[in-house]
Design a protein around this ligand. Sequence first.
Ligand code: ARG
Length: 294
Amino acid sequence: MSTHTAPAATSEASGARIQQHRSYLMCKPEYFTVSYTINPWMVPANPTDTAKAVRQWQALYDTYLSLGHDVHLIDPIAGLPDMVYTANGGFLIDGVAYGAKFRFPERQPEGPAFMEWFGAHGFEVVEPQQTNEGEGDFLLVGDTILAGTGFRSTGDSHRELHDVFGKEVVSLTLVDPRFYHLDTAVSVLDPVEGPGGVERANIAYLPHAFDERSQGILAERYPDAIAVSDADGAVFGLNSSSDGLNVLISPRATGFDAQLRERGYNPVHIDLSELLLGGGGIKCCTLELRKAAR
Ligand code: ARG
């Protein structure tokens, strides 16, 4: 499928959505299991099915390819079952990769493994001093970085993020332990850039996942945002991935599906029920590689 961009004014007026080409990093869940608990979804006593996790993950991978996107792969490492959630591996803009420093010891060896991959694939790697879980908590919306805190990434990491990229960083506080990463409560819907620079940037979010101050900031900044229902949030509906037109979402997020259609997006259903046992979904399994990667 070819990708294209068109002038923003035209597309906005007609309500048409524009697909943008994306480059992603994924990790096959060959060693996926739930052997520890670092979020409320993870119950080691519940059985997991690694083969099923791989099949479901494969459907996500194949969908990205069929939509014309590039998908790079990092080798899974035995003993790091959460490595499939590549969104946590770092945060990358314009060829610069700000590495992750995981909160819990169980995931800490992932940080250097991802940084090594970034360095080997043409990125300038910035080693983090502060605890942060990459694109799980940092989302680029237009030219602004929304940054989550409360459970994983620290406020100090938000300052470090600003120093690294020189962009506006807006700190948001998560309050519901089920939505412990920002990407479980906010979904970035629109293209970041077009021919005229940053054209528009809209989001969908789950208001109840945030404290009052953060809800106020989101309401003010994104008056056109899609407010997702608690029911859709609870099935990880917001843990989705958009290329500006196609929005890959959980099939259980039926209300969100309708909200997206009303606005001219094309929801594509991907069921990652097995990976939800680890507390992750579509977005968690997807890290955006902004520039570089060879
Ligand atoms: N088990 C993983 C953890 O708790 C899941 C990570 C989900 N990733 C995400 N980007 N929300 O760290």
